[in-house]
Write a protein that binds this ligand. Sequence first.
Ligand SMILES: *[C@@H]1O[C@H](CO)[C@@H](O)[C@H](O)[C@H]1NC(C)=O
Length: 329
Amino acid sequence: MVRIAPINIPLRRRRQTTAVAFWVYLLPLCLGCFLILLIPTLWPLLAMYLAWLYLDDAPSTGGRSWEFWRRSKIWKWYCEFFPVALVKTEELDPSKNYIFGYHPHGIIAVGAFAAIATEGANVSEVFPGLNIRLLTLDTNFKLPFYRDLLLGLRVASVSRRSCENILRKGPGHSCMIVVGGATESLSAFPGTNDLVLKKRVGFVKLSLKTGASLVPVFGFGENDIFDQVASGPGTKVRHVQSRIQQIFGFTVPLFYGRGIFNYDLGILPHRRPIVVVVGKPIEVEKMENPTEEDIKKYHDLYIKSLEDLYNQYKDVYAKERVSELRFIA
Ligand SMILES: *[C@@H]1O[C@H](CO)[C@@H](O)[C@H](O)[C@H]1NC(C)=O
């Protein structure tokens, strides 16, 4: 049974849905534009663009920010759709650098994108003086035109060189890493809070080497906005997903949500709230060559701090949860 959206939807809601549909179709739109460049008469343009794509090092050097794009009304409407809110638990000092860890990944980390990459939830007012780059897989910056739109939102590569370049840019320069990555997306089911974190220590090492404080961030509701076809370990679907991950670095969760004109079938996310709660920073001691023990110590501290954050807010923002926070890998 598919529930159809009624005709008399207020304009306010129509434009929210439009903003979300725009975001969903942005990648196909960009690839479509690229296909147009394949027309022989446009080959000079194609050659120029490919040269740009090849030479542009911005994904690894902190990206480039198009403030008009980050502050576009589209992102306000986008945030109102769910809605997405950004909550801080402590002031952050703009003279320092921070590495934010975002959990859970969900299907595509919509909360991190909406609250950090865009001004839809007023991140610059919530954390004045901070310049937070949301980091994503390098593969995204190979996608023609889409990459430029991502860069304009301050999104940058999650490679080590990129992280170090950002954190060494000076006071306030910070980054957000969606630590669980693609693997965690396969466990993104509504009401659950399953994280892949036990062996993910790269971000802790980075923080020790650069002296940037670690900040746990929990996106309550991130797992609620899409449904997913279960593909447990050992199934054929999971096998194919693992192969794709080995080859391309990303996974393809079989997710579904709602459509533009119906509430049950499509690839638009559901209208369910996401609250991005930013925890308290963990100060680290800067060291050139952190040992395994140093890394473990701060990794444990981080996990503890993330658990505290979750427990403190779960009864406010995750009332409908079906399971508690679990570290599955
Ligand atoms: C952002 O700030 C504007 C103006 O102060 C306010 O109206 C709006 O509700 C804020 N948005 C969010 C998501 O907090």
